[in-house]
Design a protein. Structure first.
Length: 765
């Protein structure tokens, strides 16, 4: 099949683009050039999964066979310029006349072959097809025929999801039956590949005790299955790792089946969510899956209230760091209302648009998603087309680009699982995303970095941030130490390195020599560990004290003049305290370190007559700085300011974190953006060019979903460092459609962006 034909009424992409360039055709979004056509022809030599940049999905319901208007949808495919479609095939519901008697067929399918009709229409239009499965559950009829194929609880009762029975991932349903379904679908109407909405079986809170699970676990480990969830039980921890490995086996099995029956490029892709904490609960090791797949179908359809749209760009960068930046990550982007979810109501255009554009900034590709082939609310068809058209016009700048950053934010699945356990959102996710939010507020480009990749991917970084990375293996610890010995900076918080990879507490921080502090410390600090928002009226004291030269009422204890403070306290010259209200790790600070902030314990806040600090000064360290010859700078936060910033969003916390980032990185930041507004900044390079992707979060980041309106910002003054292999002559603004001359002075270039409504892409070449 020739995937380069079809989008433009039969003309090849080169013919269309050349004609468009000759007459100045722009779609109102950016001139398409013959140069772009040449690049597209080069891309046509690649396998389909490297050149399908835009996707669409109509998630078919059982009623749709009676009313699927294929002609209308074909026009929508062309309007949105998709190159691939996800089409429901089989598994939980079959949309073709399957010959397998136990595969449930859609209630209103009758004799219709809806899957086959759609695949043929898509192929006629030159589109790639992924057959969509949902394969982990089946009907009561199936269960009665093969009860031993289904997951059971410790008491022998089957696990159920609604009126369906959940299949066991360790038994013949996955090993024998589903491969037959895959082969039948390939033989029926061959897709380019497969995706599966629910492929990984039970989550980690549910242990299957069927005969197949018992036998496989005993053979692999020599143990019986754990009787219950118990994170302190070594056998339970082995079960977690074994369960991850089993899902890798299923991933590889399905790919063998689809490649044997459909050819070497007929790949099975499952679906993967973007949040590593939630994927851990589903026993999906995204780092391992990323090494085994050519493409990620990302199932993460909208923002959460705690992260915001910027979380989509973070997901893209984190997943590309595992998958590779030359591969594609289409993301299912809901055209319906989310948060609260109303699947038949259209999403607000601003909400859907901002989620998609933030994904583009993280090098995610669009994949519009509608639930059902008929929609009463037709406003949802107005969102995807202009965005996808802009994406098509500028696709050469939006994929296969390498990130430019000097800061790496380190995470790991083991930390989420074996340290975070059942409270990973609080223990792991909030510190991680608090640091991310501080970087975004400071407009500092960053890279998410898996802890196993520190040696491999930190050569160009000036700083590693370890946000409460408590569970670390000895190998990961040594990688951080090597980074510091090469002169790299390290910023860490909380219990980082205090536990091994299994979540077992060490006697001391494994990186105590970097922190300049040992675990333990002042017993009076222990009482505030575990403090919650609103539960502790505590503060941080900044040192040295503000003097009498700063205007304000005097107590008589102030020094005559304010003494210089450490650079990490820049901007706080008028205050002795910062609000805290969080947790603090008790530590013993070693000689030769700097402690610019200490802890002020809790005191009454009500009634007001009782509200004064009972102990305004302590020697309990809240921030420890070390700077030793031959090593990078290190900042260690016993106080959980990263978690506080994720929860409270206090500007003081964000500003202090930004100061710490810049100090430990020795101000090695390749970008400076000056101007008002909340802007998420992502910097990339391609051969001979730099690409700066800016997303305006001013309205969306400051209020809860859904967005009601977008607020433009600008002007913004941009300064960025130009690498030696780029000799820029011009600046192209891909959204504003402007081209400006540009110059470089001592490896830096400077320009102004007059206004940004939702996003802008600046290409310097």
């Amino acid at each position: 099949m020739n995937g380069t034909r079809s989008l433009f009424n039969g003309a090849t992409r080169r013919e269309f683009l050349t004609q468009a360039a000759g007459v100045g055709m722009t779609f109102g979004l950016g001139t398409l050039t013959a140069q772009c056509a040449e690049q597209q022809d080069d891309a046509a030599e690649l396998p389909w999964y490297r050149r399908a940049y835009r996707w669409g999905q109509t998630n078919i319901n059982e009623r749709d066979p009676t009313r699927y208007d294929i002609g209308w949808w074909r026009r929508y495919w062309k309007q949105t310029q998709v190159q691939g479609l996800v089409i429901n095939a089989g598994g939980i519901v079959a949309y073709y006349p399957s010959k397998m008697p136990l595969q449930y067929r859609a209630q209103y399918l009758g004799d219709r072959d809806l899957y086959g009709e759609l695949v043929r229409a898509a192929h006629e239009d030159g589109l790639f097809v992924l057959a969509r499965m949902d394969s982990n559950r089946a009907t009561g009829e199936f269960y009665e025929a093969h009860p031993d194929w289904f997951a059971v609880q410790a008491d022998g009762q089957p696990y159920r999801a609604g009126d369906r029975y959940v299949a066991c991932i360790d038994g013949p349903y996955y090993e024998q039956y589903l491969p037959q379904v895959l082969r039948e679908i390939v033989a029926w109407e061959k897709p380019e590949g497969f995706t599966d909405n629910s492929w990984s079986g039970l989550d980690r809170d549910q242990i299957c005790y069927c005969q197949y699970s018992r036998e496989k676990f005993r053979l692999a480990t020599g143990h019986e299955l754990p009787a219950r969830k118990d994170w302190d039980d070594p056998v339970y921890r082995q079960w977690i790792k074994w369960s991850y490995a089993r899902r890798i086996e299923i991933w590889e099995l399905n790919n063998r089946v689809t490649k044997e029956s459909g050819g070497p490029d007929c790949i099975w892709l499952g679906m993967i969510g973007g949040d590593f904490v939630s994927q851990g609960r589903r026993l999906r090791d995204v780092a391992q899956l990323g090494r085994r797949t050519e493409m990620i179908m990302l199932d993460d359809q909208g923002r959460s209230s705690s992260i915001g749209f910027q979380g989509n760009a973070e997901m893209g960068k984190r997943l590309h760091g595992l998958l590779g930046w030359d591969k594609l990550i289409p993301e299912s982007m809901a055209m319906y209302q989310r948060g609260p979810t109303f699947r038949k109501a259209a999403a607000t255009p601003q909400e859907a648009r901002m989620w998609m554009l933030s994904g583009f900034a993280g090098s995610i590709q669009p994949w519009w998603h509608h639930v059902g082939a008929y929609q009463w609310d037709r406003r949802q068809f107005r969102v995807a087309a202009p965005i996808c058209q802009w994406h098509a016009a500028n696709e050469q700048y939006l994929f296969n680009r390498q990130p430019v950053a000097s800061v790496g934010v380190v995470y790991s699945q083991d930390n989420a699982d074996f340290y975070g356990r059942d409270d990973a959102g609080d223990r792991v996710a909030e510190p991680y995303y608090g640091m991310i939010q501080a970087l975004i507020r400071a407009r500092i480009p960053y890279l998410p970095l898996h802890a196993d990749q520190i040696d491999e991917k930190s050569a160009d970084l000036a700083l590693l941030i370890l946000p409460n990375l408590a569970a670390m293996s000895d190998t990961q610890v040594q990688a951080v130490r090597r980074f510091a010995e090469r002169g790299g900076g390290v910023l860490a918080s909380g219990e980082t390195s205090l536990y091994d990879q299994w979540g077992q507490r060490r006697d001391d921080f494994a990186l105590a020599d970097l922190w300049g502090a040992h675990a333990g410390g002042n017993p009076s600090a222990a009482s505030i560990r575990g403090g919650r928002l609103g539960g502790n009226h505590t503060y941080l004291r900044l040192l040295p004290d503000v003097g009498k030269d700063i205007d304000g009422p005097l107590s008589g204890d102030e020094p005559d003049a304010s003494l210089p403070r450490h650079p990490v306290l820049a901007g706080f010259q008028h205050t002795d305290i910062l609000p805290f209200g969080g947790r603090l790790e008790p530590v013993r600070v070693v000689q030769g370190t700097t402690v610019p902030a200490t802890f002020i314990p809790n005191f009454p806040i009500y009634p007001p007559e009782t509200s004064w600090m009972r102990q305004p000064r302590t020697d309990i360290a809240a921030l420890v700085l070390t700077e030793r010859e031959g090593r990078g700078r290190c900042a260690y936060l016993p106080a959980d300011l990263d978690r506080r910033f994720a929860r409270n969003n206090l500007p003081d916390h964000g500003a202090l974190l930004a100061n710490l980032i810049r100090w430990t990185a020795r101000d090695s930041v390749p970008l400076d953006v000056d101007g008002t507004g909340l802007v998420d900044c992502h910097l990339y390079t391609q051969p001979g060019r730099l690409i700066l992707h800016l997303v305006n979060l001013t309205s969306s980041g400051a209020w809860r979903s859904p967005v009601h309106e977008l607020i433009p910002i600008g002007p913004l003054t941009v300064r960025l460092n130009v690498p030696g292999d780029v000799s820029p002559r011009q600046l192209k603004l891909l959204v504003a459609e402007r081209t400006l001359p540009i110059s470089v002075d001592d490896h830096w270039t400077k320009f102004e962006i007059a206004s940004i409504l939702d996003h802008e892409v600046a290409c310097i070449e």
